[in-house]
Design a protein around this ligand. Structure first.
Ligand SMILES: Nc1ncnc2c1ncn2[C@@H]1O[C@H](COP(=O)(O)OP(=O)(O)OP(=O)(O)O)[C@@H](O)[C@H]1O
Ligand SMILES: [Mg+2]
Length: 240
C-alpha cells in the first residue's frame, strides 16, 4: 500500500523543507482528528480524504457529516453521503459492507473508507440503546476492518472514553492528530508519553500527530485557499 502524503512535518518546515507526514492504511488503519471548534479539523479531514481519493482511484468513500454545515454541501446528492440523522443509515451501509466481506459474500478488497465528522455528537444525539449499538459496530470495525480494507476516520472536538464501546476501542485509533492547543484531558489521554515535547504555541491548523503510539511529530496543515479541487476528489469518491 502506498504512503499517502498528508500534512507538513513542522520540524522541517521551519528550515524551508517541505517534508510530509504520511498515512499507510495497512500499517495504521484508522485515524482520529480532534481539537476545539475552529481548530481546522474539517479542513484537515477534507484534505486527507481528497489525497486518499487521488492516490487510490478505486477507493469508495462514505461521508457522515453529522454537523451538516456547509463544508460538504457539494456532496449532498452523492449516494454515500449523509448528514444529521441520515448518518445512521449510511454508517449501517458501511458496516454491512464489512459483514459481507467477512462472510465471504463480497470478495472485493478495494479500500472502503468511512469518514465521520462529529462521531461524539452523533453518539450523544441518539437514544442510549442505539448509541451503545453504534459504538459496538465502531469497535468491531476498528478491530477487524483492516483485514478487509475497511478504514475509519473520525473527527470530533473531544475524545473522551464515553464515545467508544467499553472505552477500549480508542486503542485501535492508530493515528491520533490533535489540532490547536490540547486540553488537559486530551494531553493525558493520548499524549501522556510526549508531555515534555508539547508546546502551548499551537494554533488553527497546527498540532501534533502520533502514529502507532510511537512516532510523535509536530504538524502543519497546508493553507487551502481554494477548495474546488479538494471538493472534486471527495465528490468523485463518494459517487463512484
Ligand atoms: N488549512 C486551512 N487552510 C485554510 N483555511 C483554514 C484551514 N483550516 C481552517 N481554516 C479556516 O478555519 C475555518 C474553521 O476550520 P474548520 O471548519 O476545519 O474547523 P473545525 O475544527 O472543523 O471546527 P468545528 O469543530 O466547529 O467543526 C474554516 O472554515 C476555514 O475558513
Ligand atoms: Mg468541523
Amino acid at each position: 500500500m502506498k504512503e499517502i502524503k498528508l500534512f507538513f512535518n513542522e520540524a522541517y518546515l521551519k528550515y524551508g523543507i517541505r517534508q510530509y507526514v504520511t498515512w499507510n492504511p495497512d500499517k495504521a488503519p484508522h485515524i482520529c482528528i480532534f481539537g476545539t471548534t475552529g481548530s481546522g479539523k474539517t479542513v484537515a479531514s477534507k484534505l486527507l480524504l481528497a489525497r486518499t481519493a487521488q492516490c487510490l482511484p478505486d477507493m469508495k468513500l462514505y461521508v457522515n457529516d453529522f454537523k451538516g454545515d456547509s463544508d460538504f454541501s457539494f456532496a449532498t446528492k452523492a449516494p454515500r453521503f449523509a448528514r444529521y440523522l441520515e448518518c445512521e443509515q449510511n454508517f449501517e451501509a458501511f458496516y454491512q459492507r464489512f459483514l459481507k466481506r467477512q462472510s465471504g459474500e463480497d470478495t472485493s478488497r478495494n479500500m472502503l473508507l468511512c469518514f465521520f465528522d462529529e462521531w461524539a455528537s452523533y453518539t450523544l444525539s441518539i437514544d442510549k440503546k442505539k448509541s451503545e449499538e453504534e459504538k459496538k459496530k465502531l469497535a468491531t470495525l476498528l478491530m477487524m476492518g483492516r483485514s478487509y480494507n475497511l478504514h475509519l476516520i473520525l473527527s470530533q472536538q473531544r475524545m473522551d472514553a464515553v464515545y467508544f464501546a467499553n472505552g477500549g476501542s480508542r486503542d485501535q485509533l492508530n493515528i491520533v492528530i490533535s489540532l490547536s492547543n490540547l486540553s488537559a484531558e486530551g494531553k493525558e489521554m493520548f499524549f501522556h508519553e510526549f508531555k515534555d515535547q508539547i508546546k502551548p504555541d499551537r494554533r488553527q491548523s497546527t498540532g501534533y500527530m502520533i502514529t502507532n503510539g510511537t512516532d510523535f511529530t509536530p504538524i502543519q496543515v497546508p493553507f487551502i485557499s481554494n477548495m474546488t479541487k479538494i471538493d472534486h476528489y471527495i465528490k468523485e469518491a463518494v459517487t463512484r
